[in-house]
Design a protein around this ligand. Structure first.
Ligand SMILES: C[S@@+](CC[C@H](N)C(=O)[O-])C[C@H]1O[C@@H](n2cnc3c(N)ncnc32)[C@H](O)[C@@H]1O
Length: 204
């Protein structure tokens, strides 16, 4: 099991390190913005401590920093190259970027107001553990949100899993909802945020 997890982690690190220098290609980012929209909708103007899991090149954190300059922002990713790019666009005392695996977050429990992951969940080798970690580090009444790809039909998901390097499993809308409820998140709601993505949000 450990060996398999390390293999997935290695494949993802290799794939995203390789992709990092062209990740901000404008037409691709136009598509990625659709995944970021539901997160921006959930944010409130209050001073908040926010964690972006698998922040990639930092595009969403940059947008949050512009809209909510008082927010304390944290971003983690396993790709050092992605983080290098994120560091060029995010600055200031209120941003902390760290190389970290989402399955073993090095943060205390009950630390963040809002924890989210966009377009990355299907790359996680132990999805239950990842959601448990998200729940652990969020405060009581804090929010956990996952926005991930969803192409309606499971047959397409199974094909995509074979094609994309480092892809582990694309969960159906129902599986995602059950996972949130299973780890004890409450008031779980879901929305198809645009054609090929589903946003799931729950409260601790
Ligand atoms: C498609 S990118 C999405 C990046 C960003 N969230 C966005 O919306 O543009 C997926 C990201 O997940 C990261 N990733 C994959 N597995 C991870 C893991 N176990 N822990 C942390 N990050 C991971 C990759 O390095 C990559 O940056």
């Amino acid at each position: 099991m450990m060996k398999k997890n390390n293999a997935v982690l290695g494949r993802n690190t290799w794939f995203f390190d390789l992709w990092a220098s062209s990740y901000d290609f404008a037409p691709f980012q136009f598509w990625m913005k659709r995944f970021h929209k539901p997160v921006l909708k959930e944010l409130a103007p209050a001073k908040m401590k926010i964690l972006d899991l698998s922040c990639g090149s930092g595009e969403l954190l940059k947008e949050i920093q512009v809209r909510f300059p008082k927010a304390e922002l944290y971003g983690v990713d396993i790709s050092a190259k992605m983080l290098e790019i994120a560091r060029t666009k995010l600055s200031g005392r209120k941003v902390i970027l760290q190389k970290m695996d989402v399955h073993a977050l090095q943060y205390p429990s009950n630390y963040f107001d809002f924890v989210f992951s966009t377009e990355a969940f299907h790359h996680y080798y132990d999805q239950q553990k990842a959601v448990e970690e998200m729940k652990r580090v969020v405060k009581e009444r804090g929010k956990v949100m996952i926005v991930d790809i969803n192409f309606f039909w499971s047959v397409i998901h199974r094909i995509f899993e074979r094609i994309e390097p480092g892809c582990v499993r694309i969960k159906s809308k129902r599986e995602m909802r059950d996972l949130f409820r299973g780890v004890g998140l409450r008031e779980v709601s879901q929305e198809r945020s645009f054609l090929f993505s589903v946003a799931t949000v729950g409260i601790k």
